[in-house]
Design a protein around this ligand. Structure first.
Ligand code: UDP
Length: 237
């Protein structure tokens, strides 16, 4: 059966309501909250700081280390506290999504630690985490060539791209290929592209284009959050 109307009434290219705040964890070097609908991510940055043990150090430049997890209370089903295969995978892709925007050449032997915690999960948590982490890194003053904006699109076979799917859509029985994507908005470079499901080359291409457009709206929310803390500007752009 065709998916003609979204479960929550949004347009097919409409992102959930977003909210972002920078500097939410005062003791961290940088921090941010990013909310997409009911999915809420918090990111904290520590560093650049000396990396121990020393055999992990790179004398040429600093390294980035990401740690992502869902809080036990963030999901409806039972979730064991502590790392899992999934959290390790999401930590790794978060790291790879963020790294192209960072310049750690001036920080040999150092590490920048990024901690992402999901307070409330309604799908798209890795993307909300990347959006929060990108802001937290900027807040920490880590040299960056661009922000990173991420959103997950659902691709329905022979139907359409569904931007920023929630959990109900992700579980859609008609089949929805969950496709998280992250870009550097300035250059348009893709830094994360995953897909869980099946879709044709054309469907993927068209979904990527629509997702990139949606990412620009995320960028606006991120820039506004940074301006609120650093620009002394209260108005939205
Ligand atoms: N989820 C859950 N328990 C888990 C892992 C995931 O309930 O242990 C839910 C949660 O709502 C999450 C969604 O499944 O947002 C989708 O998970 P996925 O691994 O696809 O990553 P995400 O879409 O969150 O980046």
């Amino acid at each position: 059966m065709a998916y003609t109307k979204r479960f929550d009434g949004r347009k097919f290219d409409e992102i959930r309501e977003m909210e972002a705040k920078v500097g939410v964890i005062k003791s961290a070097d940088g921090s941010a909250m990013f909310r997409m609908g009911k999915t809420i991510a918090i990111a904290a940055v520590r560093g650049p700081r000396n990396l121990h043990p020393r055999f992990l150090q790179n004398p040429e430049k600093g390294i980035l280390r990401c740690n992502y997890d869902l809080m036990s209370f963030s999901v409806n089903e039972r979730k064991r506290p502590g790392p899992s295969r999934r959290s390790q995978e999401v930590s790794l892709v978060t790291e790879k999504a963020l790294l192209p925007a960072l310049n750690l050449d001036d920080f040999p032997n150092s590490v920048v630690d990024v901690f992402v915690q999901i307070l409330q999960a309604d799908a798209g948590t890795r993307c909300a985490g990347i959006n929060a982490a990108s802001l937290a890194l900027a807040d920490a003053g880590v040299p960056m060539s661009d922000l990173i904006c991420a959103v997950a699109t659902g691709i329905i076979h022979k139907d359409k791209a569904v931007i920023d799917i929630n959990k109900e859509e992700e579980d859609y029985e008609g089949g929805m290929a969950d496709t998280p994507l992250a870009i550097m908005p300035h250059s348009g470079r893709i830094t994360l592209l995953q897909m869980d499901g099946e879709a044709s080359r054309e469907e993927i291409k068209s979904a990527i284009e629509k997702t990139k457009e949606a990412c620009m709206k995320i960028r606006d929310v991120q820039v506004n959050a940074l301006k609120k803390k650093y620009g002394g500007i209260k108005d939205e752009i």
